[in-house]
Design a protein around this ligand. Structure first.
Ligand SMILES: *Cc1c(COP(=O)(O)O)cnc(C)c1O
Length: 439
């Protein structure tokens, strides 16, 4: 694509080399510890998407604008068709078209993490074509990420996945999704907490001998290869609303590490017709507190019903600050709310009663955020509630609230029927090392 400009990604901390997309994706974290952000922004308009209809077409156009003349650019249309092979439907909740739900849970593991994990895997497969040494993807997970990454790399030649999760601290459904793969996926229950799993991954990366013996990579949520594909569904949704109503779409996004929200803000910055963006947090209120007080006080996470959002020190905050360095600018760009477990429960019940909808606890946080908007804002925007997971993944929480069984979608039923296996390890590198060396 010789007509495309060169586009580079720079570290949010400003002290690492700028890289093209493929290199930044393989690198993960920048060498100065920062996160990769675009050096310059695409300037798109809805007109430039006039000939795109499907999600893969919109994705290829949007991501193409972000990556410019990167070697992967020529493969984007095929890559997007491979990755975005399930729908992201926008379901209206009210007849006036001012409230809809964007369902992001129709992928193989029934949560939006499938979009990013599948795109990352598809990029890696192309970037590493012809490499003889297999790449080991190490992933620490507290819930949905590990399953999505395992699904995306399962049976892909040239890759193996080692998933580390805290023993007994993920939901039974999540544990099934982490341990049902086999083949090139190995699941390890760590006798510790999520922080121990994350520390183990970092230690493995820092050990020179392991690094020289193995090709290691991570797949955590700060990777550009997970963030950019998430911008695609915001682009496709906002274009659909724009075409139908001639108005921008405003999004309410259940948020933890802020990856999903950042993808939306990047799409808006690139010129997509996106209006307001609301960050809907659970009782982990680091971000809402920051917007209110201007003081950044990261803290330990507290456990909530919306567990995939239990984050007290969101890693993508660095990208948010890079986008809006001044507090006033940030306050103009986004708003944030915090929702208690009690309100999550009440919202799940009310959703079933009032709309006949079954919401997962994360989605319920977004719905509650909408309910708290001023009447004026609700009446003048076209709101899209982002639904991040299928309620069947959280049946133990949801079913008592609605007094009914949650139907299990076919993809999840298939996963639930597979045999499970995992090994248990102590939270130290001595325990992990031999398992990593095994083929
Ligand atoms: C990961 C996750 C979130 C939070 O997304 P972030 O990108 O970390 O803000 C919300 N809901 C579900 C179901 C998730 O799996």
């Amino acid at each position: 694509m010789s007509g495309e400009p060169q586009r580079r990604f720079v570290s949010s901390r400003g002290a690492a080399a700028q890289l093209g997309f493929g290199a930044a994706l393989q690198q993960g974290l920048a060498s100065d510890g920062g996160l990769y952000v675009p050096q310059t922004w695409p300037r798109l308009t809805p007109a430039e998407f006039a000939d795109t209809q499907t999600l893969p077409e919109v994705a290829a156009r949007l991501i193409g604008a972000f990556i410019g003349d990167d070697p992967l650019a020529a493969q984007l249309p095929a890559l997007a068709r491979e990755v975005f092979n399930f729908p992201a439907p926008l379901v209206p909740l009210r007849e006036d078209g001012r409230l809809s739900v964007l369902q992001l849970f129709h992928g193989p593991t029934a949560a939006f993490k499938d979009f990013g994990a599948r795109f990352l895997a598809a990029c890696f497969a192309r970037l590493r074509a012809g490499e003889s040494r297999p790449l080991t993807i190490l992933v620490a997970t507290s819930g949905d990420t590990g399953g999505a990454v395992a699904a995306a790399f399962h049976r892909r030649p040239g890759f193996r996945v080692v998933v580390l999760f805290p023993r007994g601290l993920v939901s039974p459904t999540q544990e099934r999704q982490l341990t049902c793969w086999g083949d090139n996926v190995r699941s390890l229950a760590v006798r510790g907490r999520f922080d121990d799993c994350q520390r183990l991954v970092k230690e493995a990366f820092l050990e020179p001998q392991l690094r020289s013996e193995l090709s290691l990579s991570s797949a955590n949520s700060i990777n550009l290869g997970r963030l950019l594909p998430q911008a695609a569904y915001y682009a496709a949704t906002s274009l659909a609303v724009w075409r139908k109503h001639g108005e921008p779409a405003s999004f309410i996004i259940p948020s933890g590490n802020l990856g999903n929200a950042l993808a939306c803000l990047w799409a808006r910055t690139a010129g997509l017709p996106i209006g307001a963006v609301v960050l809907a947090h659970n009782a982990n209120r680091t971000v809402p507190d920051f917007l209110e007080t201007g003081e950044w006080r990261p803290r330990a996470s507290v456990a909530t019903l919306a567990s995939a959002m239990d984050v007290g020190d969101p890693s993508n905050m660095e990208r948010l600050r890079a986008l809006y360095p001044q507090l006033e600018g940030l306050r103009a760009a986004v708003s944030a709310v915090s929702v208690s477990d009690q309100d999550i429960r009440a919202r799940i019940s009310a959703g079933y009663r009032d709309y006949g909808q079954i919401w997962c606890p994360h989605t319920a946080v977004a719905v509650e955020a909408w309910e708290r908007l001023p009447q004026q804002a609700r009446a003048t925007h076209r709101w899209v509630l982002v639904s991040t997971a299928h309620p069947a993944k959280f049946a133990q929480i949801v079913e008592p609230q609605i007094g009914a069984a949650v139907p299990v979608p076919p993809a999840l039923a298939e996963l639930f029927s597979r045999p499970v296996h995992h090994d248990e390890i102590d939270p130290g590198l001595e325990a992990l090392r031999p398992l990593l060396r095994e083929g």
